[in-house]
Design a binder for this molecule. Sequence first.
Ligand code: UDP
Ligand code: GLC
Length: 408
Amino acid sequence: MKEEGGDEILKLSPSQSKICNLKSKVSMGMKILFLDQTGKLGGAELSLLEIARQYRETSLVGLFEDGLFRQALEQQQVPVNVLANRSIQVRKDSGLWQSLGSLGQLLPLVYRVAQLSRSYDLIYTNTQKALVVGALASAISRCPMVYHLRDILSVEHFSRTNRGLAISLANRFAVRVIANSEATRAAFIEAGGRADLVQVIYNGFELSLYDTPDPAPEITRRQLELNDRFVVGHFSRLSPWKGQHILIEALAHCPDNVVAILVGDALFGEQDYVKQLHQQVKALGLSDRVQFLGFRKEVISLIAACDLVAHTSTAPEPFGRVIVEAMLCGTPVVAADAGGAVELVSPGKTGWLTPPGDVLKLASVIQDCQKMPEKAAAIAHQAQIDARERFDTMQIQQQIQACLQKIR
Ligand code: UDP
Ligand code: GLC
C-alpha cells in the first residue's frame, strides 16, 4: 500500500517479520543454533557435523544427551552444549500417551532452547525430537526454524502419532525443510507435508579423506586376517531394519572363501537383535566367516579393505551415507533397491541394487563380483567418479548456504 509520502509500506505478518529479521542478519555471518537429540554418532549426526563445521565461528550445537557426538564436535572445534541431563523417553513407534508423558521432560528443555535462541538467527533442527523442541521454542522466541529431515515418514519407520506430530510441527513452524533425498521429500509430502517448504539436499563428504586410506587396505586386511578371501563389508548400526541378518543368510549361499565384516554397534538399545545375529552366525556354521568389529570411529580404511560393500536395509533407506562412502573409496557396492539408495546407485553402471530382503539375489551379486573382479572394479571406478561429482562437501555446503539465505 502507498502512504501519502509515496513510500511503500509493507505490512508484515509475524512470521514474515521473523524472516526479514533473519534477512538482515545473514549477510553478517549466520548465527545458527543447531539441535540434535542424541549424543550417539549416527549418520544424521555425522552429516550435521559436516554442516556445523562450516558455521563454527558463529554457531552452537545443542544436544539432548552427551556422548561421542559431543566429542567429535569438540575435536572439530565446533561449540557444543549438552542441554538436557537425561535423554527424552519417546521412541519412533511411541503412541500418543507415551509421547504426552514425556512433556514434563520436554518443557524445561523448550524453555531453555527458547531463551538460548534469542541470541541466534536461526534454529536448525536435525532430528525428530529436536524438531519438537525447536518448533515450540521457535514459537516462543520467534527465532525462525529450519528442519533437516533425515527420516522417511512412513508406517515402516514411525507410529501414526509421531508422523502426524512431525508433519504438523514442520508445516506450522518450519520456514524451510531440507530433505536428505527425493524419497524422503516424497514421503513427507505424501504424509501431508507442505511441498512448498521442502527442498532436497544430499549429504556432503570431504573428498580428501578418501584419497589415501590410512592404514592402507593390505595392512587392514592383514590385521583382520582376511588374507585372500573375498570380503563383504557391512557398515551400519546393528538394528533389525538395517538387515545385517540378510547378509549373514546370503553368506551361507556363497562359497567358503567369502567372508563378512560387520562394522557398527547397536546404538539405540537393539541388544536382542545383536544376540539374534550372533545366534544366526552360529546356527549357520559361519563363525569363522563373520567378524563383528563393533563401532569404529574411522571406517574409510575398513571400507577400502573390502572387496564389496553390502547395504541391506529392509525398509527404505532415507539416504544411506555408507553407500556413498563405498563409492568414494572405489569399493564396489550393492544396495537395497528402495528409498534414497535408488538415487545414489545406477544399477550396472555405478553399483548393484537388489530387492530389500532378497537373500538369493544378494548372494548372486556377491558371487558375480567375486567371479568378475575386473567388471566389479570398472563399475566401482565409475561410481567413484560419479560420487566425487555429486557429493563433494563444498558443493553441498553451498547449497545449504543458498537455501538458508533464500529464507531471507
Ligand atoms: N559408521 C561409523 N562407524 C561404524 C559404523 C558406521 O562411523 O562403526 C558410519 C558410516 O560410515 C556412516 C554412518 O555411520 O557414515 C551411518 O550412516 P547411514 O546414513 O549409512 O545410516 P544411519 O545409521 O544414519 O541410518
Ligand atoms: C539418517 C538416515 C540415513 C541418512 C542419514 C544422513 O540417519 O537414516 O539414511 O543417510 O540420516 O542424512
